[in-house]
Design a protein around this ligand. Structure first.
Ligand SMILES: Cc1cc2nc3c(=O)[nH]c(=O)nc-3n(C[C@H](O)[C@H](O)[C@H](O)COP(=O)(O)OP(=O)(O)OC[C@H]3O[C@@H](n4cnc5c(N)ncnc54)[C@H](O)[C@@H]3O)c2cc1C
Length: 310
């Protein structure tokens, strides 16, 4: 076992990187576990236009790479690997990084929540090129364009309604003709004349990988079997997120969907374990809110360690 760390930060997205900048500047020599997605969700997108400080926008991968560079400047150490198990029953906590155990006085969980995708062959290749899981982030790119939203829950209703501000039309595609969405959200969406409803419908394919942008989709009516192509410019998934909290099930309080339950500020129910970013936030899910949460978690760590005499 290596020497006990002051703080381990799990995740290299906006939350983890920002926590690393603050913890690094506080002289805590943080260890950042990069995880399966180096740089987090922004690493799979292109233009980011809403992160303050970049009047002309910035590419997602550049933004997270800059954050990592900034954290390393202050002594943050980044290691490739994934946390596959943890023992948070006593301090120092024990964290397994691909089977190798490491002790730490504090832990910041900034492991994000991965968007659910449909799993279509072309989908992943078109993320950031017309395929998106975030209407707030990417809606403004589709002014007067044809937009499609997939899903039947509250977020699908919210995203479709929001996207009518931009698109010339918004088609909402849902596999069934009943909706999980609450009545109020559904009624609001139904009252919006810009939303066209495609129920009992599945998406079989997205085009056009050769052009490097979304130009259309292949749809199938699940009741009649009718198959057709439809022109689309922006394709938005709203079928949920999966919080990356598997190693902590049974060790910290999670809500029924697996998101960390906050005990105020950045605190979890386990003293010395803090949360940051989308792994706890099911509402805002933005780069800037994740970065802010990373800052909060690092400040809490710093004060906790100070209080403990470290
Ligand atoms: C396509 C797309 C476009 C977007 N565009 C924008 C935008 O324009 N503007 C905006 O503000 N927001 C945008 N977002 C949302 C933004 O990316 C997220 O809100 C933000 O990345 C959340 O940061 P995070 O650090 O909490 O989590 P994430 O970015 O999800 O990072 C999580 C990190 O945790 C790591 N990890 C997970 N599990 C483990 C584990 N077991 N062990 C170790 N590490 C682990 C992962 O490798 C990853 O590095 C977009 C999201 C997507 C998907």
């Amino acid at each position: 076992m290596k020497s006990v760390r002051n703080v381990i930060i799990l995740g290299s997205g906006c939350a983890g990187n920002t926590a690393a900048i603050y913890a690094g500047r506080a002289g805590l020599n943080p260890l950042v576990i990069i995880g399966h997605e180096p740089g987090g969700q922004l690493s799979i997108t292109t233009d980011v236009e809403n992160f303050p400080g970049f009047p002309d926008g910035i590419q997602g991968p550049d933004l997270v790479a800059n954050m990592q560079k900034q954290a390393e400047r202050f002594g943050a150490e980044y290691v490739y690997g994934t946390v596959d198990a943890a023992d948070l029953s006593k301090r120092p906590f024990r964290i397994s990084i691909d089977g190798e155990w490491q002790e730490t006085r504090t832990l910041i969980i900034a492991s994000g929540a991965s968007a659910r995708w449909l799993g279509l062959p072309n989908e992943q290749q078109l993320i950031g090129k017309g395929v998106s899981s975030c209407a707030t982030c990417d809606g403004a790119f589709y002014k007067e364009k044809k937009i499609m939203v997939i899903g039947g829950g509250d977020s699908a209703m919210e995203e479709a309604t929001f996207l009518t501000r931009f698109g010339s039309e918004v088609s909402l595609v849902h596999r069934r003709d009943e909706f999980r969405a609450s009545k109020i959200m559904l009624d609001r969406a139904k009252a919006n004349p810009k939303i066209k409803w495609l129920v009992n419908t599945a998406v079989d394919d997205i085009f056009d990988v050769t052009k490097g942008e979304v130009t259309g989709v292949k749809l199938r009516n699940l009741k009649t079997g009718h198959v057709w192509d439809q022109e689309v410019d922006g394709f938005f998934l709203a079928i949920g997120h999966i919080p990356n909290t598997k190693p902590f099930v049974g060790q910290i309080d999670l809500d029924p969907d697996g998101y960390i339950l906050s005990k105020g500020g950045a605190r979890t129910n386990v003293t010395g374990v803090f949360h940051a970013g989308d792994v706890q936030d099911r509402i805002y899910r933005q780069a800037i809110t994740a970065a802010g949460a990373g800052c909060m978690a690092a400040i809490e760590v710093e004060r906790f360690l100070e209080h403990q005499g470290h």
